[in-house]
Design a protein around this ligand. Structure first.
Ligand code: PXG
Length: 452
């Protein structure tokens, strides 16, 4: 399957039949998809046999890397044993029970229970429904408002897309739904306005208090945030930000929802971003690294103080999915967590790979095209200089797109969020593979610097 003719056949069929996610369909009809056919470790191969270093771990999810036989075996064994059963009507099955037990073991204290879903988007829709159910049971049904942030990404279903802070998503379909509001992101590079990082962190957190006071604390149900905003451009908050947000949530008695879909399962060198920042969330949506993307599975981890209310006050929670706790997906997720744990992958990110990646990534910061290089754990961003974009909206992203294309032709998958380049490689990347990533990124930057 590695000749040009096969590629053309796939591309024709792709044009004919497949509506891709987050895609300009007219543009795609005039272009051709790259057809990815196999993968191993941190590398992908396309249908022409080209090898690509996957700097994005798929879509921030293939934490243990591609080609782990144990995960394929776990899916096959479970499918042979019990391919499907649900957890409605007072039933359950061993894989779902084992997975939720394992999650309680590795998660911050008190996050004892998990509601399982199939995607991060469904997890965040579950958050909206569960938070509102909680306040109903607490006798405060007027607490409905969920405060989110600009540049947040929480998914693409109607509820989750409403939580997103992406205006382009909201213009399609009349979003957000009522009672979801947004505050400033802790994005020092874009919004710092000359403030120190520390000062700006406190300032951005104060936006939460200001919003609570503006709307009235008795109407606010929860605040939701990613520990580090991923799809928004690897926005690493100043160290002063999260302690202040936590304090404000406690002060006003509102629930703290920490979206761990990207940061969870080792990305920051801890099991969860919550551990990195010392947070005490009430709810924690999880997905992606939960199964390293091998099968679709996600969920919402729930602190005892919330779960106790849902349980003790009784009444049915009218919410769930056919595939909530799918046995094969649960078995794969449990096997994936065991790999992360037994091979001490999370510790390696903290102790070795993260520091090495940071040192090498920072070198890119001295490239003339780069205004800022930042990283945390195994996540990095480069702010590229795009002078043409100042005041000209259509030019925004032009340098990022050129850089992404140059990376592709140099055999590196790196994502562009407008003119911000981001990477988030598999957590099993080696030192020499990090060197290769940096070298390819550096060559790509040189190429677009020459061309511009
Ligand atoms: N929360 C966060 C923090 C995410 O990053 C979701 C929820 C939704 O998960 P699902 O499984 O429904 O996709 C995400 C997903 C990108 C990109 O281009 C990022 C995501 C998804 C698709 C593209 O960076 N994140």
């Amino acid at each position: 399957m590695t000749d040009k003719q096969t590629t053309a056949a796939w591309q024709d069929a792709d044009h004919r039949s497949y509506l891709h996610p987050f895609t300009d369909y007219k543009q795609l009809q005039q272009a051709s998809s790259r057809i990815i056919t196999r993968a191993d470790g941190i590398y992908l191969w396309d249908s022409d046999g080209n090898r690509l270093l996957d700097g994005m771990a798929g879509l921030w999810c293939v934490n243990v890397g591609y080609g782990r036989q144990e995960l394929a075996d776990a899916a096959r064994d479970q499918m042979n044993e019990l391919p499907y059963y649900n957890s409605f009507f007072q039933t359950a099955h061993p894989p779902a029970i084992e997975l939720t037990e394992l999650l309680a073991e590795i998660s911050p204290s008190g996050m004892q229970r998990t509601f399982l879903t199939n995607s991060g988007s469904e997890a965040n829709d579950t958050v909206i429904r569960m938070v509102r159910r909680y306040w109903d049971l607490m006798g405060q049904p007027e607490r409905k408002v969920i405060i989110s942030r600009e540049r947040a990404y929480h998914g693409s279903t109607i509820g989750a897309a409403s939580l997103c802070g992406m205006p382009d998503m909201h213009t399609q379909g009349g979003l957000p739904i009522p009672d979801i509001v947004h505050i400033e992101a802790p994005y020092h590079y874009a919004n710092g306005n000359g403030r120190s990082r520390e000062d700006f962190g406190r300032h951005a957190a104060q936006a939460l208090q200001a919003k609570i006071e503006e709307l009235g604390a008795d109407r606010i149900a929860a605040f939701i945030g990613e520990p580090v905003q991923g799809a928004g451009g690897v926005i690493i908050p100043p160290d002063t930000y999260w302690p202040e947000v936590q304090r404000i949530c406690k002060k006003f008695g509102i629930l703290l929802v920490v979206d761990e879909v990207i940061c969870g399962f080792g990305r920051l060198g801890h099991w969860f971003g919550t551990d990195y920042y010392g947070l005490e969330p009430d709810l924690m949506p999880i997905a992606k690294g939960l199964s390293s993307g091998y099968l679709p599975i996600a969920g919402v981890m729930v602190h005892e103080r919330v779960a106790d209310v849902l349980i003790e006050r009784g009444g049915e929670f009218f919410h769930g999915f056919t595939y909530s706790g799918h046995p094969a997906a649960c078995a794969v997720a449990a096997a994936n967590i065991r790999i992360l744990r037994d091979e001490q992958i999370v510790e390696q990110v903290a102790d070795e790979l993260g520091p090495y990646f940071r040192a090498r990534w920072n070198e890119l910061g001295s490239h003339p095209l780069v205004a800022e290089a930042r990283s945390i754990g195994l996540m990095g961003a480069l702010e590229l200089i795009n002078e043409d974009a100042e005041g000209v909206d259509e030019k925004r992203g032009a340098v990022g797109t050129a850089c992404r294309e140059a990376c592709m032709s140099n055999g590196l998958v790196m994502r562009a969020v407008y003119d911000t380049m981001i990477v988030s490689p598999p957590l099993i990347i080696t030192h020499s593979e990090i060197d290769e990533l940096i070298e390819k990124a550096s060559l790509s930057l040189d190429r677009i610097a020459q061309e511009s």
